[in-house]
Design a binder for this molecule. Structure first.
Ligand code: BGC
Length: 791
């Protein structure tokens, strides 16, 4: 009898009967028998296929570009067409096929036809905006909506969150990542995982680890010290794994110190499982790594999207014992343990009809909460009631909701800024708006239709409209205030450039200057909105603007959320999770990004889809990433990590430490008061300055944070943040241990990394060996790491 796992109740009943009769035939069944018994009943072929995915169908991709798939898979119908792939099942043992879909900005179900059968999903704001909320409760709520949507579309695991460190502002995928800081990144990510998994859907936390550039990403060898890896690049993943138990982790494309992460036993078994206690399974990134056998032996359980060569290689290796039987069985068991948690295993009756309206509302709320007000001279914002707005900049009319590549979301609509303002009852200067709309419509008509090619190779941005002089003058004469939007899109597969991307184009600079001069002569204000998923240069032009709102890439409700903040319906409370440097040259990794080609030939078996050339990058800046660098080396940023304004004002008072000496834990408490005139929320950041010991230390490091509730003017809230032993420790490579030096520690409560409001010290009487670890992922070469005081 053939068993098919379907979802209708009738089939469910038949299935139950079938399962029972099979069980009676003494065949173990997943969920009824022990996992070990199920694995024991599997053939070698079945085990091998469990470790190799299938079902990644890309319409329009030239034949032969991808490695061959298992012909037996061709007859298996897609459960949810347009997702990134599936896991094999074994019907006779009650193991269902699971479906995975991208994130991280929402459920990504590919569709290039404009038919009525579209599966639209909610495009949430980009990850960096989410981290800018510094609000873990909100992120869990949004994760709940994301997970629920996935579940209602029949998906078991979302390929999210993505949490690589924003090492350099030019990384094309920074928009998918949270922060330059591992504590912020790890906690926001853990909140997201919790939200999704509480819905009964799994996550795949990616890309593990040090995948910090897109150029040659599948052939990039990252040379990095053990300390830097542990303190910066692994730390956020560690926090997420320990706090939120993700079902799966996705290894990255790159190598670390000469070994592909998906082939690194040090990373996937020693660190992830043994040291951190990870209980789920690891999947590779799509076509990542090079050697299926090495991947399985390293502890990379599942090879995605899977090809026939891999299945054959695993079978042959198992026969010849180059994959030990125990390793093979353990890999399968770890996958089966997760399958049992999945909606498909539980016969969840998905509706294909998630509450998109409710999720859109969450998307809008989060978007407004994560926007960062960078400048607001003379209370230029919020707009005065009844103001007529002259709306400049293409992206005011065609906002950039998110980035490109797998992290894109097939959404039904995107609310533009003009629509958001109109929805809020504001008027825009009509002649100007009409010209922009016509221009964008006609330019878009010239662009290629969306396809797999445009997803990975989006057309260049539409050139900024040159507004005729007469309209320029009349629009500003009629309007009360003007907005200019700067739009930036980036995405998977390529990094950004300095010129005309990180830096403004000449045209953008000209418009800002001209608008500023003309408006100021009429005593009117210029507001600049930055609609970018990543950092741009601001220092050279910010003096021309009266107010600057960093809207990031705010998702499909973006225009409404921008309008909420610009009009004062929402008081901004977002703060920067990433430093805005004065110039690109100030970035500590500028001379080591994205890496250099080695001139070697790419390995033959590597997937041809990535067209990458062997390259190498050395993380010479070491632990001095982001504000750790700017604060320690006294380099003034344009806008500091943790910075963001409000329409209100907050005072910090009464900092208390639970003890003057550190024992097992210490709590810092501070009272935040709203001393302004409107209700608002404040993000409170706890930085720690550790005593100088054997190791060099950054001058400050974020160790905790909290966001107040909505504080009415004149009201206060006590905020408490707990410090644990590991928060005091640095990684000592010689001793292979996290060690907290004895001495004086300073707790610094700040409104940003550069705006410390209150400090208080405590002491640690004796050196504390917080944790001993294994030697793992050590570089084979000497790294000339940056240190304070060293040339
Ligand atoms: C990306 C992953 C993504 C996967 C599946 C890869 O190219 O790097 O982030 O989850 O594709 O779409």
């Amino acid at each position: 009898m053939k068993l098919i796992r379907l979802h209708q109740p009738l089939v469910f009943l038949t299935l139950l009967i079938s399962v029972t009769s099979l069980a009676q035939n003494n065949l173990p069944q997943l969920g009824k028998s022990s996992v070990a018994e199920v694995v024991k009943a599997m053939t070698l072929e079945e085990k091998a296929k469990m470790l190799v995915g299938f079902g990644f169908h890309v319409p329009g991709l030239p034949a032969g570009l991808l490695p061959p798939t298992d012909p037996a898979d061709d007859s298996i119908k897609d459960k949810v067409p347009g997702t990134s792939g599936r896991l094999h099942g074994v019907n006779r043992l009650g193991i269902p096929i699971l479906t995975v879909a991208d994130g991280p900005a929402g459920v990504h179900i590919w569709s290039f036809d404009e038919g009525p059968q579209q599966t639209y999903a909610t495009a949430f704001p980009n990850a960096t905006l989410l981290a800018s909320t510094w609000d873990t409760a909100l992120i869990s709520q949004l994760g709940g909506a994301f997970g629920n949507e996935a579940k209602e579309y029949g998906i078991d695991i979302v390929l999210a969150p993505a949490m690589n460190i924003q090492r350099n502002p030019l990384n094309g995928r920074n928009f998918e990542y949270y922060s330059e800081d591992p504590v912020l990144s790890g906690n926001i990510s853990a909140a997201m995982v919790k939200g999704v998994q509480d819905e009964g859907v799994g996550v795949s936390v990616k890309h593990f680890v040090a995948n910090n550039a897109e150029t040659n990403r599948t052939q990039l060898n990252t040379i990095v010290s053990q300390r830097t890896l542990r303190e910066i690049y692994l730390r956020g993943f560690e926090i997420t794994v320990k706090k939120s138990n993700p079902w799966t982790i996705m290894s990255s494309y790159n190598k670390v110190n000469g070994v592909y992460t998906s082939e690194s036993k040090d990373l996937l078994t020693v660190i992830l499982r043994k040291e951190w206690g990870f209980k789920g399974f690891v999947m590779s990134d799509w076509f990542g790594g090079n050697d299926a056998v090495a991947q399985i032996n390293a502890g990379n359980n599942l090879l995605m999207p899977g090809n026939f060569n891999q299945t054959k290689a695993i079978i042959s290796a198992a026969k010849h014992d180059s994959i030990p039987g125990k390793q093979l069985d353990q890999s399968v068991e770890q996958i089966l343990n997760i399958i049992m948690l999945s909606p498909t295993f539980k016969y969840y009756h998905y509706t294909n009809n998630p509450d998109l309206a409710a999720h859109a509302l969450i998307s809008r709320t989060a978007a407004a909460e994560g926007m960062v007000l960078l400048k607001n001279e003379e209370n230029s914002l919020p707009f005065k009631n009844g103001s007529v707005v002259a709306l400049y900049g293409n992206s005011s009319y065609d906002i950039i909701a998110g980035g490109t590549g797998s992290g894109d979301v097939h959404r039904k609509y995107t609310v533009s800024l003009i629509d958001g303002l109109v929805n809020s009852g504001f008027k825009t200067e009509e002649g100007l708006s009409n010209l922009y709309k016509q221009y964008i419509q006609s330019e878009k008509a010239k662009q290629p239709k969306p396809s797999i090619m445009t997803i990975m190779n989006p057309p260049p941005p539409i050139k900024e409209l040159k507004v005729p002089d007469s309209l320029f003058s009349s629009s500003l004469a009629h309007a009360d205030i003007a907005v200019f939007s700067i739009g930036r899109v980036a995405g998977e597969g390529r990094d950004r450039k300095v010129e005309d991307d990180f830096n403004l184009t000449d045209e953008e600079k000209n418009i800002i200057q001209k608008l500023s001069t003309t408006l100021h002569a009429q005593h009117k204000k210029l507001v600049v909105v930055i609609n970018s998923g990543s950092v741009i240069e601001t220092a050279s032009w910010r003096n021309y603007a009266d107010a600057i709102l960093l809207a990031w890439q705010p998702g499909m409700e973006g225009g409404n959320a921008m309008a909420d903040v610009l009009t004062g319906k929402v008081n901004p409370s977002g703060k920067l999770p990433e430093t805005f440097p004065v110039t690109y040259a100030d970035v500590p990794s500028a001379k080591n990004f994205p890496g250099k080609e080695t001139g070697e030939k790419p390995p033959k078996t590597a997937s041809s889809i990535n067209f990458a050339k062997p390259s190498v990058v050395t993380y010479e800046e070491g632990i001095y990433v982001g504000y750790r660098y700017y604060s320690t080396f006294n380099v003034k940023p344009a806008y500091a990590f943790g910075y963001g304004l409000s329409y209100s004002k907050f005072s910090y008072g009464d900092l208390k430490l639970s003890s003057e000496a550190f024992h097992d834990q210490l709590t810092a408490t501070v009272t935040i008061s709203n001393t302004g005139e409107v209700a608002g929320k404040e993000v409170v950041e706890l930085y720690l300055t550790a005593p100088a010991g054997k190791l060099d230390k950054p001058s400050i490091e974020l160790k905790g944070f909290a966001k107040t509730k909505m504080l009415q003017p004149g009201t206060s809230q006590k905020i408490s943040i707990v410090l644990n032993p590991k928060d005091l420790a640095s990684f000592d490579t010689d001793k292979l241990a996290w060690i907290a030096d004895a001495g004086n520690y300073i707790v610094k409560m700040g409104a940003s990394s550069e705006d410390i409001k209150l400090s208080k010290s405590f002491t640690l009487a004796k050196e504390l060996v917080v944790e001993k670890v294994a030697k793992a992922m050590a570089p084979q070469v000497v790294i000339n790491e940056l240190k304070p005081g060293k040339k």
